[in-house]
Design a binder for this molecule. Structure first.
Ligand code: HEM
Length: 557
């Protein structure tokens, strides 16, 4: 028989007592941390309130409030790593709104790293205008963690201390190179022309010519088509010959990018790391092959050639040579460039097609888009890009898609102390302007006459001209609230090409084919296709992904 009273009254051995005490101590630490950070938060908010009441001449800048957290060091990292898109920004917006003040700058702690998050248009604009900010630390972390470059190669590309051996000539720097070979209008036009040629030829080979109607899974079909055409236009044909599965591998690499960048342990996201190694191996093999073919020195002319494609890719390799990059490093940075090229444009065009063809979008939107595209048709049946990029409805549709779906974490490090919205931010601090936070701010986007900002609305960027009565497109009224391409000196250098590419590809598709919506498709847990009918509930969903992923990917494809 068991004498329970004697068991219960016997004191537990010291080891058991220690083990039992650990969770209690952890809970106590968490509670204490949460309590002190919450008290600090409210004390900063009340400082902010009293500062608002003071006459402006006596106001001293104050540090931004630090978002309360319960786990020391980790801070808000676990909430930030929630893969429900936009959830962290919604939580932050609600937390700021709950203060009953207009505080628009706050600090968050993410795994030992503090960062200030800015949301007001004035603060974002001031950040972009400042010459005393840098992206180098962010780029270095992207290079080592996201792209898999060695520390040495990352330091070569983004030196922590600028070396005296580095050339001061603008054209020798990455910025100068981006301006000359990517951003400059004639360079962007030349890339667009090559892209259009590649895209038309992939479309011609898509085996749809002789059929009256054919059902396709639009996103999968479109994704591959666009990927291969723009990869060929920028990188040449050899890379796809040597690695025909590049498109499939790329989407795995892309899906794991932020997990690697945020340092999520391998055990939770093994594929994010495994696919990086595979892609680096294959890209390195291509780099070594094409460099050898070019005698180690890729030529500046012609505009395009099959081994290394465009001028911009060859200029990047001449830059890598000057900087003494390893071939693994070249592969890592080329993959980074491929990421810049593909990761946003493809989902952006997919979302545009989804909305244009959806039975939930008013029919006249597609009709007006078709009319605008028709007016850009040249006598030889090709698209005149210069006319296309000036079309108001098409532009509004594109910009609304960038507003609604781009979640870019525009990040800068301060080279000097800076005051934003009356908050003092110190030299070397990190500042983040999350595009999704600003691009969905209800205070700015929820205007009486239009659907709220959490809804995609084709005409959001159109304004009626009071004199002509015509609708025109513009974004000047959105300064500091709409920045899908980032801003300031580090703004995306691919943006001109990106817009021409998106509109050119859509126009080519719509001029060549009659498209008719059949029904929505989805996938089940096993990845098998599901038919979802025509109702609004079937409209494609955003895939689960971390905050700051760039353009949201479409779930299930
Ligand atoms: C819809 C399409 C695109 C979007 C939304 C987009 C967005 C962005 C954003 C937010 C940044 C960071 C800017 C900042 O920190 O202020 C960026 C950087 C960059 N993008 Fe894009 N991008 C797009 C297309 C492209 C394309 C097509 C290319 C190449 C052909 C490209 C090449 C780059 C490069 C090289 C950088 C890094 C610039 C630097 O480090 O200074 N992007 N992009």
């Amino acid at each position: 028989m068991l004498d329970l009273s004697s068991i219960l009254s016997t004191p537990a051995p010291p080891i058991v007592q220690t083990l039992l005490a650990i969770p209690l101590v952890l809970v106590a630490i968490s509670l204490l941390t949460w309590l002190t950070t919450t008290i600090n938060w409210y004390s900063s908010i009340s400082q902010f309130k009293s500062r608002v009441k003071s006459p402006s001449t006596t106001v001293k800048p104050i540090p931004p409030p630090l978002l309360p957290y319960a786990i020391p060091w980790l801070g808000s990292a676990l909430t930030f790593l929630n893969e429900n898109p936009g959830s962290f920004w919604r939580m932050l917006r609600a937390k700021l709104a709950s203060t009953g003040t207009n505080v628009q700058v706050c600090t968050i702690l993410l795994g030992g790293q503090k960062a200030h998050v800015v949301n007001s248009a004035a603060a974002v604009q001031a950040l972009f205008k400042s010459k005393h900010v840098s992206r180098d630390l962010f780029n270095y972390q992207i290079a080592t963690q996201g792209l898999g470059a060695s520390k040495r190669d990352a330091e070569v590309m983004f030196p922590s201390i600028p070396s005296s051996s580095h050339s001061d000539k603008k054209e020798d720097s990455m910025d100068g190179l981006n301006h000359e070979f990517l951003l400059n209008q004639s360079a962007a036009n030349s890339l667009t022309n090559k892209f259009m040629e590649c895209f038309r030829s992939t479309l011609d080979n898509a085996d749809l010519e002789d059929l009256e109607w054919k059902q396709v899974d639009l996103f999968s079909w479109w994704k591959k088509l666009l990927f291969n055409a723009s990869t060929t236009a920028l990188f040449g044909t050899k890379i796809l010959e040597m690695n025909p599965d590049l498109a499939d591998q790329f989407w795995e690499y892309d899906a794991g990018f932020l997990a690697r960048f945020y340092g999520v342990p391998k055990i939770f996201k093994p594929r994010a790391y495994a696919c990086l190694d595979e892609m680096l191996d294959r890209t390195q093999a291509w780099v070594e092959h094409v460099l050898a073919e070019h005698g180690g020195n890729p030529p500046e002319q012609p505009d395009w050639e099959p081994l290394m494609g465009s001028k911009v890719v060859r200029a990047r390799h001449r830059h890598y040579t000057r900087e003494g990059l390893s071939s693994r490093g070249r592969a890592a940075f080329d993959l980074g460039f491929l990421f810049g090229l593909q990761a946003n444009v493809i989902p952006v065009t997919s979302w545009i097609l989804a909305h244009l063809l959806s039975p939930q979008t008013p029919e006249d939107v597609l009709l007006r888009v078709r009319e605008e595209i028709e007016s850009a048709r040249r006598p030889d049946n090709e698209v005149d890009i210069s006319i296309l990029v000036g079309q108001p409805v098409l532009n509004s549709v594109l910009h609304e898609t960038l507003r609604h779906y781009v979640d870019a974490l525009v990040t800068r490090q301060l080279k000097v102390d800076m005051v934003l919205d009356g908050h003092l931010l110190k030299k070397d601090d990190l500042v983040m302007a999350p595009s999704s936070l600003s691009q969905h701010d209800p205070q700015f986007w929820d205007q009486d006459t239009e659907p709220p900002g959490d809804v995609w609305y084709a005409e959001r960027f159109l304004r009626q001209d009071p004199t002509t009565g015509k609708q025109s497109f513009g974004t000047s009224w959105t300064a500091g609230k709409f920045f899908p391409f980032g801003g300031g000196t580090h703004v995306c250098p691919g943006r001109i090409f990106a817009k021409q590419e998106v509109l050119g590809a859509l126009a080519t598709l719509l001029l060549k084919f009659d498209l008719r919506f059949v029904e929505y498709l989805g996938t089940d847990r096993n990845g098998d296709t599901l038919n979802l009918g025509k109702g609004a509930a079937g409209f494609p969903k955003v895939r689960k992904q971390y905050a700051g992923n760039g353009t949201y990917a479409v779930s299930g494809c």
